[in-house]
Design a protein. Structure first.
Length: 162
């Protein structure tokens, strides 16, 4: 919790809104969503499309096969779909907790595959895992579609009239 010292009544409205941005998890959510989309989401979704509809080979299937993951031709497109959906969800802040919960098994699975293959990608999975846990616990923050549509917020108790 942030504690302010001194007179805060003289702050301009623009400074208060900028302060709200930094108090929320919006920077973590948007930043990690865009980075995940840039390096894993968009390339994975595009390659999954090429694999499924144009029957082109895909390296994720081979990697999962080398790691002894069962049904790699089904697991790879499913993981790519989840990652792409998580990117969109985190960037927009829409049902963030749901997609963070769906992403945690994918990140753990990625860590298992990277560990079996002794890949350096285990570091990326290990970094996305606490981000997903943080967004699962705290939600999407004040600057999100969840906040705009009042999703995941506690309902206000009706006022009691005498």
């Amino acid at each position: 919790m942030l504690i302010t010292v001194g007179d805060t009544s003289a702050k301009p409205a623009a400074e208060e809104s900028l302060g709200q941005l930094f108090k929320s998890v919006a920077i973590l959510r948007i930043g990690s969503g865009l980075v995940l989309a840039w390096f894993h989401g968009w390339p994975g979704a595009r390659s999954a499309y090429q694999f499924l509809w144009k029957e082109q080979p895909w390296e994720w299937v081979g990697i999962l096969g080398k790691a002894n993951i069962p049904y790699p031709h089904l697991v790879a497109p499913a993981a790519a779909l989840v990652i792409a959906a998580v990117c969109i969800s985190w960037t927009l802040g829409f049902v963030t907790r749901l997609f963070s919960a769906a992403f945690i098994p994918v990140a753990i699975g990625g860590m298992i595959v990277a560990h079996r293959l002794e890949s350096s990608q285990i570091e990326a999975c290990a970094l996305y895992l606490p981000i997903a846990f943080t967004l699962l616990l705290f939600g999407s923050g004040n600057i999100s579609l969840d906040f705009f549509f009042h999703l995941g917020q506690k309902a206000k108790e009706p006022s009691k009239r005498r």
